[in-house]
Write a protein that binds this ligand. Structure first.
Ligand code: DGL
Length: 273
């Protein structure tokens, strides 16, 4: 029987975005084995209702926990973190740690004394949930910020449109919006966006500090696993990658992040599974 600390870490997102978080976890905690689930059949999450996303997130968590015996769950998606973190945390309290991507990002932002005006870009559902706005206002009431939905970006990235003239045009249109003028820091509040971080940085010519969740979430996870005595002590099983619908973009992106040994498996989620 595999000891609890040698069990894998379950990570999920709607698609390839969460791979940015999974890759950071893999770098920081190389002994851990990861089971990644990309819910490509339901992508994009960003224009769906909170209720629907919470339902998908619960089905995925059950799969990761019951079938894959994961010791911790990382919701590597801002939209699912906004819609489903609280119900999942409450449901699995005392069973397994559930980590979201929003709280570590808020911690990183409020710990930075230099930010004068903050921009947040995210999916429609994340922005309309008001989770970032509420947490920031509560934790740092003096910090002016604006949160803007950039709904084309996740699908554009998922389709492999980055580092090209189309992505640059789309970004220019969003980032020149009056809501984002005068900012000196920008939160990339969607785990797909690190894939276009370089282009965003080029747009701002390095004048705006960019925050993405990958590293801070990996560090938060490491701290929680250490506290719960759940850190792997020796190399575990190989990483596994599941999707609810096969897409070539996913397979290609997975190989960019996890060079060798990527074998994509299809898993259809069942309601009430
Ligand atoms: N990567 C996700 C996020 O962090 C969602 C993208 C989408 O499916 O709309 O919000």
């Amino acid at each position: 029987m595999t000891l609890p600390h040698q069990q894998p870490i379950g990570i999920f997102d709607s698609g390839i975005g969460g791979l940015t978080v999974a890759a950071a976890i893999n770098r920081l905690l190389p002994l851990e084995s990861l089971v990644y689930f990309g819910d490509t059949a339901h992508l994009p999450y960003g224009d769906k209702s909170k209720e629907l996303i919470a339902d998908f997130s619960l089905q995925i968590t059950r799969f990761l926990l019951e079938q894959k015996k994961c010791k911790a769950i990382v919701i590597a998606c801002n939209t699912a973190s906004a819609a489903a973190y609280e119900p999942l945390r409450d449901q699995y309290k005392g069973v397994i740690p559930v980590i979201n991507v929003i709280d570590p990002m808020i911690e990183a932002v409020i710990a930075d004394p230099e930010i004068q005006r903050l921009g947040i870009i995210a999916t429609k559902t994340t922005v309309s949930s008001g989770v970032y706005q509420e947490k920031l206002t509560r934790r740092k009431p003096d910090l002016p910020f604006s949160a803007m939905a950039t709904p084309l970006l996740a699908s554009m990235i998922e389709e492999g449109f980055y580092d090209n003239s189309i992505s640059q045009e789309v970004l220019k249109t969003y980032l020149s919006d009056p809501q984002l003028q005068g900012i000196d820091a920008l939160v990339l509040a969607c785990t797909h966006y690190p894939l276009i971080k370089k282009e965003i940085d080029q747009y701002y010519q390095g004048t705006v500090k960019l925050f993405d969740s990958a590293e801070v979430v990996a560090q938060k996870l490491a701290a929680i696993l250490a506290k719960e005595q759940l850190l792997a002590q020796e190399a575990s099983a190989a990483n596994a990658f599941y999707v609810s619908d096969y897409t070539q973009a996913f397979e290609e992106a997975t190989r960019i992040f996890f060079k060798s040994g990527v074998k994509l498996q299809k898993m259809t989620l069942q309601k009430g599974q």
